[in-house]
Design a protein around this ligand. Sequence first.
Ligand code: FMN
Length: 323
Amino acid sequence: MLSTRFTELFGVEHPIAQGGMQWVGRAELVAAVANAGALGFLTALTQPTPEDLTKEIARTRELTDKPFGVNLTILPSINPPPYEEYRQAIVESGVKIVETAGFNPVEHLPSFQDAGIRVVHKCTSVRHAVKAQSIGVDAVSIDGFECAGHPGEDDIPGLVLIPAAADKITIPMLASGGFADARGLVAALALGADGINMGTRFLCTQEAPVHQRVKEQMVAATERDTELIFRPLRNTARVASNEVSRKVVEILDGGGQFEDVRELVAGTRGRKVFEDGDLDAGIWSSGMVQGLITDIPSVAELVDRIVTEASDLIQARLAGLTR
Ligand SMILES: Cc1cc2nc3c(=O)[nH]c(=O)nc-3n(C[C@H](O)[C@H](O)[C@H](O)COP(=O)(O)O)c2cc1C
């Protein structure tokens, strides 16, 4: 058993979180993570309406009596989703943990705090983590360049980003991006984090609600098989390398604009990948850490393996190095 400020603050057994994942962060996965003693987050915007989110929270509660949270991804857009209504649905549901990401969560904090909700803000730079700490979030999760989804534009890998953040952050901190096993967890703790947040590794578990072919593709893929799309638009996203993501890179590198790739990157196409297992139907997020993934375990097997091997690593291998 590994006890850290993260496990204490959020009342979970293990210092492991499953961050919000569009299309994937649903009741089945989040409940499995909670039942395994880690902290899972439902992804609010995967639900088409705030009412659907309320139902998904209730569905999760039917599957677990352990703590879990909700991810609210705030992305500035021309037609933004009704964030306040999603926030209200979270508050009224009685969920006590929220992961915010994508943008400064300051306008949402008072409502969450009034409801006694603990907020972990996920960001991709030391300066944003410092900012989040200064506005009163309870914890930060800091995503290195390796991560699936949005790594930001600074390109600082976790090996530098995590200790650099640890030097400035006094609240509990999760290391995110590139973690999949006990070695990563122990390294994160050594770098100054209080636990790890994983996306890609949880996507490749039995309970992740995505087609088996996606999981098999992740096992087959190496650490080199991701693409950074939207680089020239300064809205970089790391996704699995496939026909569509390579085409998007080619068009934008060739001077194309968002309009030229809009249809290729449509969320409905990405969803088809997960639902139908058509791996070239659209873009789908996956991180470099897929190169370390060699199996499709249950969530319980995965979490148990990580924490058991981490304890062994600390007590046997590392302790054995000291004289
Ligand atoms: C399929 C997928 C979808 C994701 N969608 C979101 C999202 O909607 N909101 C968010 O904050 N992070 C999202 N992420 C990022 C994860 O929460 C997490 O920060 C990231 O995966 C960590 O890096 P790793 O994949 O190397 O573990 C997504 C990741 C994956 C793999």
